[in-house]
Design a protein around this ligand. Structure first.
Ligand code: NBP
Length: 490
C-alpha cells in the first residue's frame, strides 16, 4: 500500500464510488472500503482501465483496520452507506479503531436527529463526527456535488481544505459552505430534499394539466418546458423534464417511455423528514407536505384503480389556449416561490432554535450548481436572503412580491381550471392556499379560538384590549366577557 492517504471512504456504492473517483481526479489519495469487497474490486478494475489524472490514487482495502492504518493523521473518513442502521453499524466498528482528533463525516441522507445522537456518541471517544449533506446524485458525486457540512468549525476548516476542489463550481464559487453547528449540515440537506420534492411535484402537475387538461401532445409539452427553461423557470429539473416527456419508449415499438413508467414512487425518500421536522418546530410547509403526500397517495395503486372505476369521469381536455399555457407557467413559478419560502423559513427557525447559526444566503449560493435543484432562481433567493436586514420570509422580499403579483391571476385561473376538470394540483393549489392564508391580516381561526374557549375554557386574546379573556358562552353574551385567571386585562 502507498504512503498515508488523504481521505478514507466507507461505502463504495453509487455515491461513495463516484466521490472516490472525483477525489482521486482532483489529486487526493483515497483509501476505499466497502462491506462487500466485490464492489471495491469493481471500482478498482474500472479505474485501472481509465486513463485520467487520478489513476493510481485509489487504494481498495478489505478491512476497516486496513483503512484506518492507511490514513494520514488526523484521519478524515467519509461514510457513504445507506442512511439509518448501516451508519450506526459502521460507527460501532470504526470508532474503537480511531484516535482522538480524527474526523468521521457522514455524507448520507441521515436524519438530523441521528446526527445529533452520533455527535455525542463519537465525541465520547474524542472523535469529531460531522454530518454533511451531499447533493447531485451519481453525476454530481462524480463531477462535482454540492456539499453541505455542519459541525465544529475546526472540522469544517480541515474538510474544506480537502473537499473544496472536488465540489461543483458555480459563478459565485465552489458549492461548499459551513452550514452551521451540530447537525446543521444534515438539516440543510433535508431542506434541500424537501424543496426538491416540491419542485419535482410542481413540474409533474404542470405536465398533467398540459396533457390531460389542455390536451397537448407530448412534443408540444416538451416545447413548453424547453421554453420555460429558457426563461425565469430555468432549472436542471425543468430541462430534464423537457427531455423526459418526449422520450420514446426504449423497449417498445411505439409510444412514449413516460406512458410505460409506473406511477408508484418509493416510500423511503428523505423528503418526508421535512414535514416531520416542520411539525416539531411549528412551521407550516404545506407545499412540501403536499409533494410528500402526493407520493404517498401514488403508492396506493389498487385503491386508486378501484376508485377510478367508481368515480372518475376522465377529464375532458379543453381546447388548448396559449393564455392557459402561460397561466400554468405563472402558477409553476408562484408555487415554486412558496416552496422555497417555506423551506427557508423552516431553516431560519432551526438556525435560531437549534442554534445552528446557518447563513441562509450561503445555503442558496451552494445550491446553485452541482445539486438537483440547481437553477437561476436561486440567485434571486440568495439576493433576497443576503439583503440587510434580510426578509424573514421570502414573500416579504420586494422582487418576489412583484413576481407573485404578476403571476397571481394565472395561478388562480390554473387552479380553478384544474379543479373544474377534476385534475388535482396538490402542490400548486397548496401553495395558493398558503399564499392566500399568509397574506390575510385576519383569519377564520378566531372561530377556532372561540370554539376552544366554549368547550374547553382555553381563553383567547382580543384585538381591542390586552390580556386574556374567557366568555360565558352558554348565554352567548357579548357583554359578559370576563378577564381570565390572574392575567387581567390592562
Ligand atoms: P445506498 O444508499 O444504496 O447504500 C449502499 C451502501 O451501503 C453499500 O456500500 C452497502 O454495502 C452499504 N451498507 C449497507 Br446497505 N449496510 C451496511 C452495513 N451494515 N455496514 C456497512 N455498509 C453497509 O448507496 P448510495 O445510493 O451510494 O447512497 C449512499 C448515501 O448517500 C445514502 O445515505 C443516500 O441516501 C445518500 N445519497 C444518495 C444519493 C443518490 O442519488 N443515490 C444522492 C445523495 C445522497 P454493500 O455493498 O456491502 O451492500
Amino acid at each position: 500500500m502507498a504512503g498515508p492517504h488523504d481521505v478514507g471512504i466507507i461505502g463504495l456504492a453509487v455515491m461513495g464510488g463516484n466521490l472516490t473517483r472525483n477525489f482521486a481526479r482532483h489529486g487526493l489519495t483515497v483509501a476505499g472500503y466497502n462491506r462487500t469487497y466485490t464492489r471495491t474490486a469493481a471500482l478498482l478494475a474500472a479505474e485501472h482501465d481509465r486513463a485520467h489524472p487520478g489513476r493510481g490514487c485509489i487504494t481498495g482495502v478489505r478491512r476497516l483496520e486496513d483503512l484506518v492504518a492507511a490514513l494520514r493523521r488526523p484521519r478524515r473518513i467519509l461514510v457513504m452507506v445507506k442512511a439509518g442502521a448501516a451508519v450506526d453499524d459502521v460507527l460501532a466498528r470504526l470508532t474503537p479503531l480511531l484516535s482522538s482528533g480524527d474526523i468521521v463525516i457522514d455524507g448520507g441522507n441521515s436524519s438530523f436527529h441521528d446526527t445529533d445522537r452520533r455527535v455525542v456518541t463519537a465525541g465520547a471517544s474524542g472523535v469529531t463526527f460531522v454530518g454533511m449533506g451531499v447533493s447531485g446524485g451519481a453525476a454530481g458525486a462524480l463531477y462535482g456535488p454540492s456539499l453541505m457540512p455542519g459541525g465544529p468549525k475546526h472540522a469544517y476548516r480541515s474538510l474544506a481544505r480537502l473537499f473544496t476542489r472536488t465540489a461543483a463550481m458555480a459563478d459565485s464559487g465552489p458549492c461548499i459552505t459551513y452550514c452551521g453547528r451540530g447537525s446543521a449540515g444534515h438539516f440543510v440537506k433535508m431542506i434541500h430534499n424537501g424543496i426538491e420534492y416540491a419542485d419535482m411535484q410542481i413540474i409533474a402537475e404542470a405536465q398533467d394539466l398540459l396533457r390531460n387538461g389542455l390536451g397537448l401532445p407530448a412534443s408540444a409539452i416538451s416545447d413548453v418546458f424547453a421554453e420555460w427553461n429558457a426563461g425565469e423557470l430555468a432549472s436542471y429539473l425543468m430541462a430534464i423534464t423537457a427531455d423526459i416527456v418526449r422520450a420514446p419508449d426504449d423497449l417498445g415499438e411505439n409510444g412514449l417511455l413516460l406512458d410505460q413508467i409506473d406511477d408508484v414512487t418509493g416510500r423511503t425518500g428523505s423528503g418526508r423528514m421535512v414535514p416531520q421536522a416542520a411539525l416539531e418546530l411549528g412551521i407550516a410547509v404545506p407545499t412540501i407536505t403536499a409533494a410528500v403526500d402526493a407520493r404517498l397517495l401514488a403508492s396506493l395503486p389498487e385503491l386508486r384503480q378501484r376508485l377510478a372505476r367508481r368515480f372518475a369521469p376522465a377529464p375532458r381536455p379543453m381546447p388548448q389556449r396559449r393564455a392557459a399555457v402561460r397561466a400554468i407557467g405563472e402558477a409553476v413559478l408562484a408555487a415554486k416561490i412558496c416552496a422555497y419560502a417555506q423551506g427557508f423559513q423552516l431553516l431560519a427557525e432551526a438556525a435560531d432554535v437549534l442554534d445552528y447559526g446557518t447563513d441562509l444566503a450561503e445555503v442558496a449560493r451552494i445550491w446553485k450548481a452541482g445539486c438537483i435543484i440547481r437553477s437561476e432562481f436561486l440567485d434571486e433567493v440568495r439576493t433576497a436572503l443576503a439583503r440587510a436586514p434580510g426578509p424573514d420570509h421570502l414573500l416579504q422580499d420586494a422582487a418576489f412580491g412583484r413576481t407573485i403579483r404578476r403571476c397571481l391571476g394565472g395561478w388562480r385561473r390554473t387552479v380553478q381550471r384544474a379543479t373544474a376538470q377534476g385534475i388535482a394540483l396538490p402542490a400548486i393549489s397548496a401553495s395558493l392556499a398558503y399564499f392566500d392564508t399568509v397574506r390575510r391580516a385576519h383569519l377564520p381561526t378566531n372561530v377556532v379560538q372561540a370554539q376552544r374557549d366554549l368547550f374547553g375554557a382555553h381563553g383567547y386574546q382580543r384585538r381591542d384590549r390586552h390580556g386574556r379573556f374567557s366568555s360565558s358562552w352558554s348565554v352567548a353574551s357579548t357583554t359578559r366577557r370576563r378577564p381570565k385567571g390572574g392575567d387581567r386585562h390592562g
